[in-house]
Design a protein around this ligand. Structure first.
Ligand code: C5P
Length: 301
């Protein structure tokens, strides 16, 4: 049994202050991409095994595919250790804000459930997805969707207009906790004597939210509140965004907690030309396109 785990970008990402549990309250629009990992599931007589095409991917309980197996096995009331094998073909670059690990985790929940015939109700799969990570529930729905709270409260939206996407990979990575910590530092929400100061209504003093965040009729709003804190520490990021805009992108922004920057284009030709230009300037790039809920969703079909 084979499943595709599609990458995502965040078309927009607003940080609306802190939640009592220490997570940041988000309002983000996720968008699936055609770019995907492939997971092939096989029966096994004993134990769990993950094989992966790419080096550096943990093949044990640190992998969300492994954690997903444990969760599904336990939720199905099975005893002992889960049994199965998975072959993971990685195409989504890791730690880039494209949700690679989370997409694999969501695909694994569905994959193990089908392999073992456990048929967990969709509501149960969603709950397990939340346990795996804040980004994971989106990948069950895919397409275009609004994520609230930790980013895990998902409201499906109509598919956004199809676009070609140029992804640019800076030579540095950013971990998710790091990006949020930098946002805290810049917005004065650092812990004080072990207590966190909440930014009043999510907007730091003296930093009114830009009016350009308002969506325009034929163009979705594209922005990322985590981009400024990351750009401040990695100057190349702003340079990449300007290069994408200079190469004709309709809009460009960092995705998730970075460090990947994406640009949106109406045609494949325009996307290819921009990608060639950025490659010549020394950046690592990839061209893909947006994917609809029907193309990328794990719970459809
Ligand atoms: O849930 P996940 O493991 O993806 O989150 C990783 C870390 O990112 C969290 O421990 C937290 O520090 C940060 N985070 C956050 N607010 C969110 C999502 C993640 O502060 N909405």
């Amino acid at each position: 049994m084979t499943l595709h785990a599609h990458a995502k970008i965040n078309l927009s990402l607003a940080v609306d202050g802190m939640r009592p549990d220490g997570y940041h309250r988000l309002r983000t629009v996720f968008q699936s991409l055609a770019l995907h990992d492939t997971l092939r599931f096989f029966e096994a007589d004993e134990g769990l095994a993950i094989a992966c095409s790419a080096p550096g991917v943990p093949l044990d309980e640190r992998n969300l595919v492994w954690k997903a197996a444990r969760l599904v096995w336990a939720a199905a009331g099975r005893r002992g250790e889960p049994r199965g094998r998975v072959r993971l073909t990685k195409r989504i670059p890791a730690q880039g804000g494209l949700g690679g690990g989370s997409a694999d985790g969501a695909a694994a929940l569905v994959g193990w459930d089908r392999l073992w015939g456990t048929r967990l109700p969709i509501g149960r799969l969603r709950a397990l997805a939340r346990e795996l990570g804040a980004d994971v529930p989106f990948f069950l729905y895919a397409g275009t969707a609004l994520g609230l709270e930790r980013g895990d409260e998902i409201h499906p939206l109509d598919d956004a207009p199809s676009r070609w996407v140029v992804l640019v990979f800076p030579p540095f990575g950013v971990s998710t906790p790091e990006a949020f910590r930098w946002w805290d530092e810049d917005h004065g929400t650092r812990a004080v004597d072990g207590w966190r100061l909440a930014a009043p209504s999510g907007v730091a003093p003296g930093m009114p939210r830009a009016a350009s965040h308002e969506p325009q009729a034929d163009r979705p709003a594209v922005f990322n509140d985590l981009e400024a804190p990351v750009s401040r520490r990695h100057r190349e990021l702003a340079e990449i965004r300007r290069a994408l805009e200079g190469a004709g992108a309709e809009a460009a922004a960092m995705t998730g907690s970075g460090s990947t920057v994406f640009g949106l284009f109406r045609t494949r030709l325009a996307a290819r030309a921009a990608s060639d230009r950025l490659t010549s300037a020394g950046w690592r790039t990839m061209v893909t396109r947006t994917a609809t809920r029907l193309q990328a969703g794990l719970l459809v079909g």
